[in-house]
Design a protein around this ligand. Structure first.
Ligand code: RB5
Length: 153
């Protein structure tokens, strides 16, 4: 299960990615926004990041105008590793090296076909572990020190 959310700036990309997920038979939950009216990205980023942080969903995808705001919000949450990506190489690295559990895309930065390609690449990639696991462990240690919790990875 993948949770998705956008503000008005990412709405069209969200719809394009939902179509990709339908084509691939991947179940998803759309946490809004539903129309093009101006909304505040933290309200929607929070919905998805909370679900990923709690383990209620395995992955999330967030969209705003640049992707920056959604990245900032999502990475406030423990267990969340949100990656803002702008090309397929970054999308692949986000999984292989960072084991990103939230992908973030900017609706005013990339087009629909690019977004589909990046999401497909991220979904198909596999975390490489090894030295990269050690680095994630260090992030989890920082989380535990600051919040008293950690990613456990
Ligand atoms: C909304 O205008 C815009 O600021 C938002 O979509 C996003 O780009 C923020 O980072």
């Amino acid at each position: 299960m993948i949770a998705l959310a956008s503000d008005h700036g990412g709405l069209l990309l969200k719809e394009a990615v939902k179509e990709l997920l339908r084509e691939r038979g991947i179940s998803f939950e759309d946490c809004g926004t539903e129309d093009g009216e101006s909304v505040d990205y933290p309200d929607y980023g929070e919905k998805v990041a909370r679900k990923v942080a709690a383990g209620a969903v395995e992955k999330g995808i967030l969209f705003c105008g640049t992707g920056i705001g959604m990245s900032i919000v999502a990475n406030k949450f423990p267990h969340v590793r949100a990656a803002l990506v702008t090309d397929p190489f970054m999308a692949r690295m986000a999984k292989e090296h960072n084991n990103a559990n939230i992908l973030v895309l900017g609706g005013r930065v990339i087009g629909e076909s690019e977004a589909r390609e990046m999401v497909a690449t991220w979904l198909d990639a596999r975390f490489e572990g090894g030295r990269h696991q050690g680095r994630l462990d260090k992030i989890a240690t920082i989380e535990r020190e600051i919040f008293g919790t950690g990613s456990g990875e």
